[in-house]
Write a protein that binds this ligand. Structure first.
Ligand SMILES: Cc1ncc(COP(=O)(O)O)c(C=O)c1O
Length: 499
């Protein structure tokens, strides 16, 4: 367990590569001192969790990637050397760890049903496809957009959904089938990745028959506190995650490096290390699926969107969302431009140290590396496809990806006056946006529009907004806004004893 002294006072000096992907910490603005009796009020209740509406999965479903490449679809009759299987499928034989892992990919993803028959396990964690909405005509007019559509990755019905959870559809069954008893990851106190990972691991079905749920262990570092951050911390705690509060870069960087080295050299399968933000070559596939689903929706002519978008606007954090969309566009043959809005940046020396590139914005260079790893993974599947044979990550990135590394200012999680005004305008049309990611991506869209770059073009806004307020979810957690992190976490021992 980590220390519990005032995390808000600690400075976060950047240290190790993965730590750099995480938001910079700031001095936390503390909520008003709570009353003495808040100790029990601030102890997150776990009882409501079991009442939350969670998708129970469909044992017959497979990801969209298997419809584009039918050789990837698991069946006993399929002789392909790599297949994607639904972990809930009762016909799936027992999986064992593959003896030869693809070292060039740098990650240990593969399992097998028998030697040489590799399987990537997958689990459907929320219903798909998600909705395509027509943008309000007033927004099209205000921002000079030919046509505006919104890919609505939110959910009003389920507690577990969205861009983080798409990544877990590949990651969690993989960890679980490899025998992981613990999943370790890192993030800020209000990390959406840590929140959704805790919830998903606790509530959803992603394990092979008979396997136990792995525990989630989170290394959290400080960020500016506010009701939304404290609510997420309370969700992590209520979900039964083991939480270590980390003091700063050196500690976070050291912890992350330790996990990475352990994975590489000591490979203890019972501890799975999951990259901050949930982005790696494997989880990028979840967002390739998202584009393939979109292409299916367009082809089936059952949405207002009748053709491929010219431009997609999406937030850029740890990168798998934007890079998966980019790779998906390539695979369906669209020359759509994907525009990623950075959620933060780092100093020149940090860019140089981690990415070997002092000039490219930090998250952009990180995303390019991630795309390279994703392409290497996809090529390792042995698909006989001309599109995959001629796929070149750097060429794709240069030709179809654009970034906005300005709009994130003044700070990670803090919206500028322009962003607040644009978000308010969107909100008036029923489009809810968060200040850290989606409002900034929508500001990029509006800026492109105002500069005349979207006239007579079809723009798709990729909405990753997480309200964390579906039915039965919001009310039990609303009062945590007046608690301190220490009060929320104080109950951890008693919580863990019965989770
Ligand atoms: C709401 C939201 N949108 C977008 C992103 C960015 O996604 P990615 O980390 O895959 O780049 C995040 C990442 O934390 C997020 O929480």
């Amino acid at each position: 367990m980590g220390t519990h002294d005032n995390p808000g006072r600690r400075r976060f000096i950047l240290g190790m590569p993965a730590a750099l992907l995480t938001p910079p910490s700031v001095s936390a603005s503390r909520p008003a001192t709570p009353l003495a009796d808040t100790a029990s009020r601030c102890a997150p209740r776990a009882d409501f969790l079991d009442e939350l509406p969670v998708y129970q999965g469909d044992a017959g479903a497979l990801p969209a990637l298997t419809r584009l490449f039918p050789r990837l679809a698991f069946s006993r009759a399929n002789g392909a050397r790599l297949q994607i299987a639904n972990i809930l499928d009762p016909a799936l034989p027992t999986l064992t760890t593959a003896a030869h892992q693809p070292r060039d990919v740098g990650d240990d993803y593969l399992l097998q049903t028998r030697p040489g028959r590799h399987v990537l396990p997958w689990a459907p964690l929320f219903p798909k496809p998600t909705r395509i909405l027509a943008g309000a005509p007033s927004l099209e007019k205000a921002f000079h957009i030919g046509r505006l559509f919104i890919k609505d990755e939110t959910s009003e019905r389920y507690a577990v959904f969205g861009n983080k959870v798409r990544k877990y559809e590949y990651a969690l069954p993989n960890y679980s089938a490899r025998g992981a008893r613990q999943i370790r990851t890192f993030g800020s106190m209000g990390s959406n990745h840590c929140t959704f990972l805790s919830l998903t691991a606790r509530l959803c079905r992603y394990m092979p028959a008979g396997a136990e749920r792995p525990r989630v262990r989170l290394g959290l570092y400080p960020q500016t506190l506010g009701p939304a951050v404290l609510k997420k911390l309370a969700i992590m705690q209520a979900s039964g995650a083991d939480i270590d509060l980390l003091g700063g870069d050196i500690e976070t960087g050291y912890e992350i490096l330790k996990q990475r080295l352990r994975r590489r050299w000591h490979g203890r399968p019972e501890i799975a290390y999951f990259e901050p933000g949930g982005s790696n070559a494997l989880t990028l596939l979840g967002h390739v699926d998202a584009i393939l689903e979109l292409a299916e929706q367009i082809a089936q002519k059952n949405s207002a969107m009748e053709r491929a978008p010219d431009v997609i606007f999406v937030p850029l954090g740890s990168g798998a969302t934007a890079m998966g969309l980019l790779l998906g566009c390539y695979l369906v043959g669209w020359n759509t431009t994907v525009v990623g809005t950075c959620s933060q940046d780092k100093s020149t020396w940090e860019r140089l140290l981690v990415n070997g590139d002092a000039h490219t914005p930090f998250l952009v260079a990180n995303a390019r590396h991630l795309l390279q790893r994703g392409v290497t993974l996809l090529k390792s599947f042995g698909l006989e496809s001309p599109a995959i044979a001629s796929l070149d990550a750097d060429r794709l990135f240069a030709s179809q990806f654009r970034h906005d590394a300005l709009t994130w200012r003044p700070a990670y999680g803090v919206a500028s006056r322009l962003t607040r005004a644009i978000a308010a305008r969107a909100d008036a049309e029923g489009m809810h946006l968060d200040p850290t990611f989606s409002a900034k991506a929508f500001t990029t869209l509006a800026t492109w529009g105002r500069r005349g770059r979207l006239k007579q073009r079809t723009a798709l806004f990729w909405s990753t907004y997480h309200s964390l307020d579906p039915p039965g979810f919001g009310n039990p957690l609303l009062h945590y806004g007046s608690c301190t992190p220490e009060q929320i976490l104080a109950s951890r021992q008693s919580e863990h004893s019965h989770v």
